[in-house]
Ligand binder design. Structure first.
Ligand SMILES: Cc1ncc(COP(=O)(O)O)c(C=O)c1O
Length: 454
């Protein structure tokens, strides 16, 4: 039997005024010292974050359907994570693994060998952010293959550093004005079932991309294919069945490194340890971050030993990569994922939320698509049509629904190339009652916005 998570903060929604006086005061201070380029979704400032509730410094309690962008799957103050982190902080905060190694790093690498797909021999290397993991996966693939070209996909998001901006598809806000970008990156069409013109199944969509790779780059020039098994920022796009296995098989036949970027979809988020597990795909390299460490900044690349060990000693690393406190957080978070059986919980979240979303999608004509897996779920909003949806993106509706939810005390995030997708990423430890309360608010907001835009 899984252990039930316990919470310090009352797990109910409570809104008086927001932003309240203390948040307004902080906003004024922020204005004078924080760069405008870093924007925040909500106008209030956090006081506590526990389970499914985030409180602000004015005493409001919000339901958190964003998890700090898919990070706090075990909650933002899971008792096991808190105690492991406190214990490690008291022993030492840092040595730099490249100078003096420590057990937590090795133990976490052992865990990643165990949890990531495939029974082959593996190696891991740890970093701080998702973008850093992606950059390093590309470095490893290039050294291991002796090739340079890298394939990424339409709607992809891989980060904000120079190489990962080049891999990312969307210009505004991620790339706009920040070029020139890293070279030898090629973008291929994604399998996007809702927006596919005509009947293109997953295998056909993969073959379409493969033909383009062969013609435009050449298989023997291609170091790696990098893909999010479920695209995150691009709109929670779940490729059609067969897309990922067909690409992975082609990569294997051609000595191309298949990299699954599971930064957003990993660690129980989709109801499996990794999103590739849904189709039994075994990537050569896998990038992980976000949910891995209960909120501590940590990322990893795990992959085939022969590829990982192709890099010369000293070629990989960084001052803070695999920081001991972050490793302690990750080991504890993984333990909690097992104890609470968060894969099962993600699946039950899917049942509850999908039922509600499908019901509302049948009533309104601004929901073009309902999709996702586990607790990585989304609706794509379109302009109201007559009868059949027009598929014309409706980012205004997404914004209006998000604003209406926030007013009622539910934090939700938008995403998508067209800004017209609302994504739900609740902490996996959220209680059922709180989840249903948040979903009621969400579906009510959808109905209201649909009624006003009809
Ligand atoms: C799939 C994917 N890759 C990479 C990243 C970049 O991660 P980070 O923001 O930790 O650099 C993200 C972040 O949203 C992501 O979703």
């Amino acid at each position: 039997m899984p252990t039930q998570p316990t919470f310090r903060v009352e797990q109910t929604r409570h809104i008086s005024e927001f932003p309240g006086p203390r948040s307004r005061e902080l906003a004024a201070r922020r204005e004078k010292v924080v760069a405008k380029g870093v924007a925040s979704t909500v106008p209030f400032y956090a006081a506590e974050n526990d389970g499914g509730i985030l409180t602000d410094i004015d005493g409001n309690r919000f339901i958190d359907f964003g998890s700090g962008i898919a990070v706090t799957s075990v909650g933002a103050s899971d008792p096991k994570v808190v105690s492991a982190v406190q214990d490690q902080v008291a022993r030492f905060t840092h040595t730099c693994f490249m100078v003096t190694p420590y057990e937590g790093y090795v133990e976490l690498a052992e865990k990643l060998t165990e949890l990531t797909p495939g029974e082959h021999e593996k190696r891991s290397v740890l970093f701080n952010s998702g973008a850093e993991a992606v950059e390093n996966a590309i470095k490893i693939a290039r050294v291991a293959t002796g090739r340079t070209a890298v394939v990424a996909f339409d709607h992809a998001y891989h980060g904000r550093t120079n190489l990962t901006m080049a891999l990312t598809a969307k210009s505004m806000p991620y790339k706009h004005g920040f070029g020139p970008f890293a070279s030898d990156i090629y973008r291929m069409p994604m399998s996007y079932p809702y927006r596919e013109e005509g009947a293109v199944d997953g295998v056909a969509a993969a073959k379409r991309a493969i033909t383009m790779i062969e013609k435009q780059i050449g298989a023997d020039q291609t170091a790696a294919i990098i893909i999010e098994p479920i695209q995150g920022e691009g709109g929670f796009i779940v490729p059609a069945e067969g897309f990922l296995p067909t690409l992975a098989a082609w990569a294997q036949e051609n000595g191309v490194v298949f990299i699954a970027d599971e930064v957003q979809s990993g660690f129980c988020r989709t109801g499996q340890w990794f999103a590739v597990d849904h189709e039994g795909v075994v990537p050569d390299l896998i990038t992980m971050a976000k949910g891995i460490a209960g909120g501590m900044p940590l990322s990893a690349v795990t992959g085939r030993a022969d590829l990982m060990d192709a890099v010369h000693p000293g070629g990989l690393g960084g001052t803070y990569g695999g920081n001991p406190v972050a490793c302690a957080g990750a080991l504890a978070a993984i333990e909690s994922m097992v104890d609470y059986d968060l894969n099962a919980r993600a699946q039950s979240i899917e049942d509850t939320v999908m039922t509600a979303l499908k019901e509302v999608a049948g009533e309104v004509d601004i929901i073009g698509d309902v999709r996702g897996r586990g607790a990585m779920l989304a609706i794509e909003l379109v302009q109201p049509g007559t009868g059949e949806s027009t598929k014309e993106p409706n980012p205004e509706a997404a914004k209006a629904i998000a604003a209406a939810c926030l007013k009622e005390g539910v934090i939700i995030l938008t995403c998508g190339t067209f800004g017209n997708v609302i994504r739900l990423l609740p902490p996996l430890v959220i209680g059922e009652e709180l989840l249903r309360d948040g979903i009621d608010v969400f579906t009510t907001a959808i109905r209201q916005v649909a009624a006003t835009s009809a």
